[in-house]
Write a protein of this length. Sequence first.
Lengths: 65, 225
Amino acid sequence: MGDIYKREVDLMDENLFPPSSEYRRKVNPKECISSTVVKRNVSDEDIIAAVSKKMANSLGAVLND
Amino acid sequence: MTKFADIFFQDYVYQQEPDGSYRFDSTKSDFALRNKNECIDTIFNVLGQIYSNIITNYKLRLTKINCDIMALDQALEKYSRDVYGELRLKARVNHLHGISSAAKKNLLKYSDYGIKIDSTAPYIHRKASVLFYWLSILKPFSIDLPKDITPATKKQLGPALEFHNEYISYILIMAALHPFGMEIRIHDKFELFKDFLYELHFRCLSRSSLEFFLHTYIERSMESN
């Protein structure tokens, strides 16, 4: 085996990095939003109004005369 | 009339129960089909009104969305196949009579089949990414420009003109996410939004790259908190 191989650090080595090591822990993991979504009973009119409002400036700044 | 909220993030081809299980048609011993025409009518109605509201906000006309119905139907079918393939297989196998549970278990070795989305309940951003993917590949939406359109109007339309199909697809997916209290926040940053639509337009984004990207940009909407 060459020197390069010998110098490699095995991140899965239990002795070097036990399971409690911070190298194995995610720091501030993002909340897994997608697994907990709940569908609400929303009418078509509500969807139209809400998305129209959210996307109101989606073509760039509104140019007023 | 089918409600818009009942169309998306459900199977477009076959009927599902509210809990996501499939409804079987007893006459043919297979899944009951959905009324696709009703779904398409509802999609047009909602999309048309949202687009019209946005465009009117900019004091522009061109509120009509042109759509290749066959391409939209194909996009929604392929999206359903990718996302619900594993769930369909599970439902069909479990519905079989006269087969031992061991044999059913063998049939349900999903990883043997190369199914694109290897889950019976994918995350919502995975579903959205597959829908984006097929809408950008098949490009069902188009725009008819009047001959007398001015350069100023073209400039104002911006991404809605340059990348019309992708812009309408974005609106569609925003509307589909709304009943789940979720939204995409890419359009908040206009330059990023244009880049995203550009990449979609030239089909530079695969399903998996969209999954990674949308995971960051699909968030809970403010009103759902």
